[in-house]
Design a binder for this molecule. Structure first.
Ligand code: ZN
Length: 385
C-alpha cells in the first residue's frame, strides 16, 4: 500500500498538515496568508489514497476569516487539475469535514477551482498576437512579478482614441478569489470573439484596459486576501505606495493617465450563493448619473439571463460607510463614473444550482463574457449624453 502524502509546495498551494499517520483520518489546518492573519484558501494534493476511505478534517475552519463561507459549502476536488467537481462536505460550526474514496492515487483539493500564475501567463500569451490586443507591463510587485495590462480595442476603426469610452476591468485583488480571474479570461475571450456583433461594436467604440491579476505574489503564495507584504490591496486606493502596495500604485497611475468611463472590479464572496454587484452608493459624492448608469447596467445584465441577479446583495449601505480606500469607491469618487464591484459565489449560484459543480471556473468565464451586454447598454447611454 502506498504511503499517504500531502503536498502544497506548488503555485497557489496552501495547507498545514497536522496528522497524516492514520490512513482514514487526515487532520489539516487552513494556513494564514504569508504575512497576514487572513485564512480561508487551501489547495493541496493527496497521494497514495486510491480506494481508501479518506476522512478529511480541516480543524480550524470555524475560526477562519469567513466562517459563514462554510455553511452549505462543498470542497472542490480534481484528479487531473482540469476537471473539478464538488465532494460532500459538512461543517459543524468548528470543523469542516469531507469523506471521499479516491478513484485515482492522487487527488487535488481546493477552496475553489484554482487559477495558477502559470495559467495567467499562458492566458496572456494566447492573446498577445491578436491585432486588437496590446500587452503592457505596468510595474512590478515586491517579489518582482509583473503587473500586466491588456489594452484591447480596434485601432482600424475611424473613431479617435480620445472619443472612445474607457472601460477598465481589474480582477483578483484578493488572490484567493480565483473566480475573478476566470471571469476576466471569459471577458477577454468574449471581447475577441470573431464576428460577434456586440464585441465588434464595443471594440469600435471603447478601449478596454484589463488587469486580469492584480495580485500575482498573493496568487503564487497561496494567499486568500493579501499581497506578499500582508496588505489588502482593496483598502489601498486612497494613497497606495510602492513600499506597501505597488500593485495598486501602478494600476492607479495608469487609470489616472487614461481616464475611465466604466470601472469593474471582479471578486468572490464567501457567504452569498449569488452573482451580484456593489456600487458606490455609500459615497457622499454619489450622483444621479452614477445611480442611473448603475440601474441600466444591472437591468441589462438581469435581462440577459446569464446568472446575474439584483435581489440578494450587500443591501443599500449608509452614506460614508464604505471607505474610499476601496477601489470601486475611490474610482467613483475621483472620476464621477460608473464603478462596480462584481461578486461571484464560492459555493453555487442559488438561482441556477449545479450541485456536482457548484460555481466554478467555466461558469465564471461564461459570466465574464456576458458582462459585455450591460457594458454595451451603458455605452449606448454615455454616447447619447
Ligand atoms: Zn474580494
Amino acid at each position: 500500500m502506498a504511503k499517504l502524502h500531502i503536498s502544497s509546495q506548488f503555485d497557489s498551494g496552501s495547507i498545514e498538515v497536522l496528522n497524516l499517520n492514520d490512513h482514514c483520518h487526515i487532520e489539516l489546518k487552513i494556513r494564514k496568508d504569508s504575512a497576514a492573519d487572513f485564512a480561508q484558501w487551501f489547495h493541496f494534493v493527496l497521494c497514495g489514497a486510491m480506494n481508501l476511505p479518506i476522512d478529511l478534517k480541516l480543524l480550524n475552519a470555524g475560526i477562519c476569516s469567513y466562517p459563514d463561507g462554510w455553511t452549505d459549502y462543498k470542497i472542490a476536488a480534481s484528479y487531473d487539475k482540469h476537471s473539478w467537481f464538488r465532494i460532500d462536505t459538512q461543517f459543524d460550526g468548528e470543523i469542516l469535514s469531507a469523506k471521499i474514496t479516491p478513484g485515482a492515487n492522487c487527488i487535488y483539493f481546493a477552496y475553489f477551482e484554482p487559477y495558477s500564475f502559470e495559467r495567467h501567463m499562458n492566458m496572456i500569451g494566447s492573446f498577445t498576437l491578436s491585432p486588437y490586443v496590446f500587452v503592457d507591463r505596468l510595474g512590478g510587485t515586491s517579489q518582482g512579478r509583473d503587473i500586466t495590462l491588456l489594452k484591447v480595442t480596434n485601432t482600424e476603426n475611424s473613431m479617435l482614441e480620445m472619443q472612445k469610452k474607457k472601460v477598465w476591468l481589474i480582477a483578483r485583488q484578493h488572490p484567493g478569489e480565483t473566480m475573478a480571474e476566470w471571469f476576466a479570461e471569459g471577458f477577454l475571450e468574449g471581447l475577441l470573439k470573431k464576428n460577434d456583433p456586440v464585441s465588434c461594436t464595443l471594440l469600435d467604440q471603447c478601449i478596454f484596459y484589463i488587469v486580469p491579476n492584480m495580485n500575482p505574489d498573493g496568487t503564487v503564495l497561496g494567499n486568500m486576501r493579501t499581497n506578499a507584504l500582508g496588505v489588502d490591496l482593496n483598502r489601498e486606493w486612497c494613497s497606495p505606495t510602492l513600499e506597501r502596495s505597488p500593485e495598486v500604485y501602478w494600476v492607479r497611475e495608469k487609470i489616472i493617465q487614461t481616464g475611465v468611463d466604466i470601472f469593474l472590479d471582479a471578486h468572490g464572496d464567501e457567504g452569498l450563493p449569488y452573482n451580484f454587484v456593489a456600487g458606490s452608493q455609500s459615497n457622499i459624492s454619489h450622483s444621479h448619473l452614477q445611480a442611473e448608469l448603475e440601474a441600466t447596467f444591472k437591468e441589462s445584465w438581469t435581462t440577459a439571463r446569464a446568472g446575474f441577479q439584483d435581489q440578494y446583495n450587500y443591501g443599500t449601505p449608509q452614506r460614508g460607510s464604505v471607505p474610499l480606500s476601496v477601489a470601486t469607491n475611490w474610482i467613483a469618487d475621483h472620476f464621477g463614473c460608473l464603478a462596480l464591484t462584481i461578486e461571484m459565489p464560492f459555493k453555487d449560484n442559488a438561482i441556477d444550482p449545479m450541485p456536482l459543480r457548484g460555481w466554478d471556473g467555466q461558469r465564471s468565464k461564461e459570466f465574464g463574457a456576458s458582462a459585455l451586454l450591460p457594458i454595451q447598454s451603458v455605452c449606448s447611454k454615455l454616447f447619447k449624453f
